[in-house]
Design a protein. Structure first.
Length: 221
């Protein structure tokens, strides 16, 4: 079993549940932090001191407060850690269940497991810990389809944002302005129309409303 584990979680009741589970599994040293910055600093210091953590269990969303943070969410923390401390195993424990998010964290950031918080959350987390210990990847039931061949769709973050803006009821003109203001390219109306047509064909959607419904059902937004 992992002997040194860091839990990055800002909710005390959830942390207690994770801590008790790790104790039952036989983890010898378990530490908790409530900020991503603290997680990063503690992990880096442990590595420098030649006493590295073996496993990080982290949420993705953290409540903001008066304290300024370099890492405002778990995504940014994981991305940096996998670049600087690639030996650390990472399990995400989150309420987020969008398949696109899970796929990105697996394929681009290299996480080792993704577990959804819920009624069976701790049970699934236990399975994930055992799987990661054996160098296996684990996905909880809600997001198992993230790596299914049927979901290997040609859709990127630009497409996700485009459909998300449609789901909010914005017109193509409004989306064009939004993209320009947020430096998202291409942002012209003609480019948006071409991309939407491509997505409608790809998802076999009859119209924009149908496209949004399909993408939502797939858990991409």
């Amino acid at each position: 079993m992992f002997s040194k584990v860091l839990v990055s979680e800002d909710m005390d009741d959830i942390h207690r549940g994770i801590h008790n589970l790790l104790m039952e599994l036989g983890c010898k040293e378990i530490n908790q932090v409530q900020y991503c910055d603290d997680a990063y600093l503690r992990l880096k210091k442990a590595s420098i001191d030649n006493a590295p953590y073996e496993l990080l269990i982290t949420d993705l969303s953290f409540k903001s407060d008066h304290r300024n943070q370099r890492f405002s969410n778990g995504d940014d923390l994981i991305k940096t850690l996998k670049q600087e401390l690639p030996h650390i195993k990472v399990i995400v424990y989150s309420v987020e269940d969008r398949l696109q998010k899970v796929r990105m964290l697996l394929n681009e950031f290299g996480i080792n497991a993704y577990v959804c918080k819920g009624r069976r959350g701790l049970s699934e987390l236990s399975k994930a810990i055992h799987a990661v210990l054996k160098n296996d990847t684990y996905l909880s039931t809600e997001v198992k389809n993230a790596l299914s061949p049927k979901n290997e769709l040609e859709i990127d973050n630009y497409d996700i944002e485009l459909v998300k803006q449609l789901s909010l009821g914005h017109s193509q003109e409004q989306i064009s302005i939004y993209f320009k203001n947020n430096n998202l390219t291409p942002s012209s109306l003609s480019s948006l129309e071409k991309r939407l047509n491509k997505l409608r064909i790809q998802f076999r959607a009859n119209n924009a409303i149908h496209l949004v419904a399909i993408v939502k059902d797939l858990g991409l937004i």
